[in-house]
Design a protein around this ligand. Structure first.
Ligand code: AMO
Length: 436
């Protein structure tokens, strides 16, 4: 096959012969001239052909084009300022319908999200969806670059496990050669293992599974978790510093590469956050929210979604910041592996990170003293026998350490101002969605 030129690379070329290939987005089949808008993965271009007297094979093929068909066109590039779509057009000289489409698309721009997800491959053809995945690629690439430059080691932890990694709730069981395995809810135990293993600083971007029956805009049963874990921390403050630097690197790259397009397609300005991000202890955040007229239900529990929105609005107004670390969560609502405050065991060295009003991350300093860790596991009703493999990590020399887990899909949703992680997940998985 001769080379084709991506639409985004046409404009700098001189007028002359080109080949393009993509999907037919529009056809204007006029008496004197035929127009086709062709979209490939990089953009859209207008194709044009004067209609010959009495028609010919090409003009008949254009008239019969079903929208969505994949075609290849040989022709002549022409720069013309009057063409609204980028000031260029391609005069059609040859047209090959490589992959014809059925005539009726099963989805339209105003189809429900569920319908669009049924036909996700067609939905992803829309420029907005294409941009979502490019933004995600840039973001992940920038994180990886930052990690590598800062001496982190990449790990891939197993997703089949013999025990729960977070809690016994929300746990998927799978049959495993006559026994039972569990799908990893997070890489928590195994990223911690890297500390006594002597790796120093590690990261992973990988799948996590939660058998969570909820249908909210921020929960999936399978999501992509961004995890980091670092040795030699004094407290969760060290983890937060690493976390915010990493996010600055990711958002800087996204703004530089896609800022204008994001503003054009989503009406959102990407802001590179100033450091340090505001930090507010959870108890104080609840007090602030209450002073502003909203009482988070149940006194010693987590911040609820409305509380998150309210504290984010307060932070935005007071500090002009889209991020806020809520710190020092109560031990009662944190896992056994979180280190507790020296002198106040009711509080933990932990935080949640809120971005544009929604939690995107949990982080903490971990308890590395085996006797304390065992006691905390027991106190949470866990069986130290079952956790034996994990507790062993702490018996042979382990440095103080901490880290965080962050939901990739949530970050992208909140960055682009989209209403649901269904919009930003390549193929969403929820309680009633396993297809396609
Ligand atoms: P946590 O359970 O808070 O912490 O999860 C961390 C982040 O993962 C994302 N997340 C989800 N995203 C989509 N759907 C879900 N069902 C879902 N559940 C969680 C959120 C959340 O903030 N091991 C700890 C992290 C750590 O301490 O390092 C953990 O998993 O963005």
């Amino acid at each position: 096959m001769s080379a084709r030129t991506l639409v985004k690379n046409l404009a700098p070329l001189e007028d002359g012969p080109v080949s393009v290939a993509g999907w037919v987005e529009k056809v204007r089949d006029q008496k004197k001239v035929q127009f086709v808008v062709l979209r490939d993965e990089s953009g859209a271009v207008q194709l044009v052909r004067p209609r010959p007297e009495g028609d010919d094979d090409i003009s008949r093929a254009i008239s019969g084009l079903a929208l969505g068909s994949f075609v290849r066109v040989d022709g002549a590039l022409k720069h013309d300022e009057r063409v609204k779509l980028g000031g260029i057009e391609v005069r059609i000289e040859g047209l090959d319908v490589v992959g014809a489409s059925l005539p009726e698309s099963p989805i339209a721009d105003d189809s429900s999200i569920d319908k669009r997800l049924d036909w996700r491959f067609l939905d992803l053809r829309r420029p907005e969806q294409n941009l979502v995945l490019r933004v995600q690629t840039t973001f992940e690439h920038a994180l990886r670059t930052w990690w590598v430059e800062n001496d982190f080691v990449e790990i891939h932890t197993p997703k089949l496990m013999a025990s729960a990694s977070e809690s016994r709730a929300e746990l998927f069981e799978v049959g495993y050669f006559g026994g039972t395995a569990y799908l990893a809810q997070s890489p928590q135990f195994f990223k911690q293992m890297a500390q006594p293993a002597g790796l120093g600083r590690v990261f992973e971007i990988g799948p996590a599974f939660r058998a969570d029956p909820s249908f909210t805009s921020r929960h999936a049963t399978e999501f992509t978790s961004i995890d980091a874990e670092i040795s030699w921390v004094d407290s969760h403050e060290d983890v937060m510093r690493m976390h915010e630097e990493l996010l600055v690197a990711g958002l800087t790259a996204v703004k530089e590469k896609h800022g204008e397009e994001i503003e054009a397609l989503f009406g959102v300005q990407v802001t590179v956050p100033a450091t340090p991000f505001p930090r507010i202890p959870l108890a104080e955040a609840k007090r602030i929210v209450a002073e502003h007229g909203y009482t988070v239900p149940r006194h010693d529990e987590d911040m609820d979604p409305e509380g998150e929105r309210r504290i984010a609005a307060y932070v935005k107004e007071t500090y002009g910041h889209e991020f806020v670390f809520l710190t020092d969560y109560a031990s009662s609502i944190r896992p056994f592996y979180h280190m507790r405050h020296e002198g106040d065991a009711a509080l933990t060295n932990s935080y949640d990170l809120i971005f544009n009003g929604t939690e995107i991350s949990t982080g903490a300093q971990r308890e590395h003293r085996i006797d304390v860790l065992e006691a905390q596991a027991r106190e949470k009703g866990l069986d130290p026998e079952e956790l034996g493999f994990y507790l062993d990590f702490f018996r042979y020399g382990v440095p103080p350490h901490g880290g965080f887990g962050m939901g990739l899909n949530r970050v992208i949703m909140l960055l682009l101002g989209l209403p649901s992680i269904r919009e930003v997940t390549y193929l969403f998985r929820g309680p009633n969605r396993l297809l396609p």
